[in-house]
Write a protein that binds this ligand. Structure first.
Ligand SMILES: O=C(CN1CCCCC1)Nc1ccc2c(c1)OCO2
Length: 329
């Protein structure tokens, strides 16, 4: 039985967290976005047109003695933000930290949308959602986590994302030094392939928790905390000068003073998003106005507890108990 850990680096404004992986023999090193909101492991590859590659590292299956084409298999994915990619599939050895999976489905990109081409630091995605939503046809493939699970001391991984500093993904163990206080556990609904859960309520600033069920997903691949419009309005009604700016596509407000904390419930515990984390990023060079880290989930169908929420906590993604654990740190 094994365990593993790998460091993940925050990009500017924590827009995404990038983590090193190795593919093939000899190992080809790529840096990818670990995404609990999807379940495909896809990478930039030598099968892409040169014009669509701008600085990314690519996977070359012909340069790996262990690659094996999954004949007839293809994949195509479109994310909630409209970005997309597609290609074909190889089985090859994938290593993350000290954990190796032989015959992992590696989805080689042939096409990627501009959002990926224009993101030079990101060489692909590693899905940590449930394999039921893997897009490979005709036969969906397992995620790295699903394949490595049987070798782990316990079938879980944990996230410790940080604000503007390297964080970590651990596999197969809960590091007691990584959090403080108790872990609040809540059941996971994986019927849609996500790490779904329902928060019992929220509070703005120091007020008491309001009962208001919030059903959403824990999604490391989404930058912000996307919540029901009514809650977002209630929050920004307590932020001086906050307004919905259609040109920015969300609520903006003066970068000073620091806005109130946002608290959401997890079972009988709470998670506090500090006001200075709601200050997502300045929208002007004078740093006068800031784009909010809390925005509306309108049109998605569920809320998204993205990096703005996750980086406040140590979070346990427990596939064994089908539960999420949230702890302060
Ligand atoms: O698409 C994503 C995250 N996605 C992770 C993989 C890379 C590309 C971005 N999040 C998202 C999901 C639903 C949305 C949304 C964004 O904006 C509106 O609805």
């Amino acid at each position: 039985r094994q365990t593993g850990t790998v460091e993940t680096d925050a990009e500017k404004h924590d827009v995404e967290y990038l983590t090193p992986i190795s593919i093939g023999t000899p190992p080809q090193d790529l840096i990818v976005d670990f995404d609990t909101g999807s379940s495909d492991l896809w990478v930039f590859s030598t099968e892409m047109a040169a014009k669509d590659i701008k600085g990314q590292a690519v996977y070359d299956p012909n340069n790996s003695s262990t690659s094996e084409k999954l004949q007839g298999s293809t994949w195509q994915i479109t994310y909630g933000d409209g970005s997309s990619s597609s290609g074909d599939v190889y089985l090859d050895t994938v290593t993350i930290g000290n954990l190796t999976v032989p015959n992992q489905a590696v989805e080689a990109a042939k096409k990627v949308s501009d959002e990926f081409t224009d993101d030079p630091n990101n060489d692909g995605l590693l899905g940590l959602g449930f394999s039921s939503i893997n897009t490979v046809q005709p036969t969906p493939q397992n995620t790295f986590f699903d394949n490595v699970k049987k070798n782990l001391d316990t079938p879980l991984f944990t996230t410790d994302l940080k604000h503007g500093a390297p964080g970590s993904y651990n596999f197969g163990y809960i590091d007691p030094a990584a959090y403080i206080g108790n872990i609040s556990w809540t059941p996971v609904d994986n019927s849609q392939g996500f790490w779904g859960f329902t928060s019992p309520g929220y509070a703005v600033g120091t007020e008491t928790l309001r009962n208001h069920s919030i059903s959403g997903i824990a999604d490391t691949g989404t930058t912000l905390l996307l919540l029901p419009k009514s809650i977002v309005k209630a929050y920004y009604s307590e932020v001086q000068g906050a307004q919905y700016d259609s040109s920015q596509g969300g609520y903006v407000f003066p970068c000073s003073p620091t806005p109130p904390d946002f608290v959401f419930g997890v079972n009988n515990g709470i998670v506090t998003v500090p006001g200075d984390m709601v200050l997502y990023a300045p929208i002007d060079s004078a740093n006068q106005n800031c784009f909010g880290g809390i925005q509306s989930d309108t049109g998605i169908g569920f809320s998204i507890f993205g990096d703005v929420a996750l980086k406040t906590s140590f979070v346990v993604f427990d596939a064994g108990g089908l539960q999420l654990g949230w702890a302060a740190k």
